[in-house]
Design a protein around this ligand. Sequence first.
Ligand SMILES: Cc1cc2nc3c(=O)[nH]c(=O)nc-3n(C[C@H](O)[C@H](O)[C@H](O)COP(=O)(O)OP(=O)(O)OC[C@H]3O[C@@H](n4cnc5c(N)ncnc54)[C@H](O)[C@@H]3O)c2cc1C
Length: 428
Amino acid sequence: MQPAPDKIDNYFAATAAASPRRPALHGDIETDVCIIGGGFSGVASALSLAERGFDVVLLEGRRIGWGASGRSGGQILPGWSGESAIRNQLGERASAFLERTRYFGNEIIETRIKKYAIDCDYERGAATLALNEKQMAALEAEYASHAKTGADFHFDLVDRATISNHVASEIYCGGLIDRRGAHCHPLNLCLGEARAAESLGVRIFEESLAVDIAHSDRPGVITKDGRVNCRIAILAGNAYHKLEQGKLGGYMLPAQTFQIATEVIGENRARAILPDNLAVCDANWALDYFRRSADHRILFGGLCTYSNRTVANIENELTPRLLRIFPQLGDVKTEFAWGGAIGIVLNRAPLIGRIADNVFYAQGYSGHGVNCSHIAGEIFADAAQARLDDINLFETIRHLRIPAASAIGNPMLALGMTWFRMRDAIDI
Ligand SMILES: Cc1cc2nc3c(=O)[nH]c(=O)nc-3n(C[C@H](O)[C@H](O)[C@H](O)COP(=O)(O)OP(=O)(O)OC[C@H]3O[C@@H](n4cnc5c(N)ncnc54)[C@H](O)[C@@H]3O)c2cc1C
């Protein structure tokens, strides 16, 4: 069982597979690629690079999966956040990339689960639900555009009359089911990928916070007690790292987001709530999301504090939202409540690129990182082999940089998000 070092009462940590404690780094070592951060971005990159024959060292400041990855909702949804910004800025070139990679993260995860026998409760099936007619019209348009492409059609459009066959709630007008979306136990996926990476020779050090990167032809990643000299360094600390702020500061802001897990309610009751075991989110900008767990609980998330403040009582905030959707769960206790930090980018397009020719970074998935972090790993492995098209594409996306972000960034973000929440509430 993986302890939560910051005392977060995290359902996934409490139900994680046994995972060895890795040593901290002591002394100087050499490698091809040094990765900073042991969430999906770091671990998936390590595995992608090791699969292509690179020697890799991964440094994690706490434990593998400790950050957002191991505490996430585990919803493996297709596509990228910020797609419209990417498309608007880059046109055709971006459209081709977005189509090509729509399910790439899901494919990587499915392949790895099979190839490395990762036991992480993986289930296919996801849905986006409409809370009003305008959202329903948008889902109908999305369905129609998928229908035009024809190939591998795996969507169901569900109207108000039949949505309760999939989600036992009265509040939705309908929804779009995507049978290739999925969900899993995210910490077990991350731990399983770390184990797979180690089987290919990746050296992982935990409790090994990188405090600096010494830039040179052969960068050195420095920890309290050691240094990793490498050909390429990859920064994958997302909302938890404070490195390279001269180049990266102001483009991404940390925000806190929260989740609860009910007590075990039994298979019959869980099935009655979500008969086909979908990973569900609504179509609001500030969305609620939920699903069943393998041990028959309901996992529910939905609150994001863009001010980056944690909330005093997560359960008190989230349980009423869960009960508004499923009043039939009124007698059910909440057993776990936790939060974690995500990286938000103003136009929501992830930040993937290079600080120098030999220092790469990926961060700011804006709450939609399980699939994208896996694609980032492949983009890095391509870049390490001098195939630069995809990393170049991300570097071409223009982002707003907030000056003095550490002082005013989060208040600005919170103000902006109030507007989007108002739009959700008054349906404009
Ligand atoms: C409550 C919650 C629910 C979410 N639900 C979903 C969901 O259902 N679907 C989805 O797609 N996304 C979801 N997300 C977002 C998703 O989890 C993230 O986008 C994704 O996991 C980011 O992965 P990452 O590896 O980049 O960052 P993280 O998982 O945060 O990992 C970063 C790691 O780097 C380490 N680190 C930081 N700095 C250093 C350093 N200097 N040296 C060494 N190590 C360092 C940290 O300790 C941490 O372990 C959710 C996030 C949260 C918090």
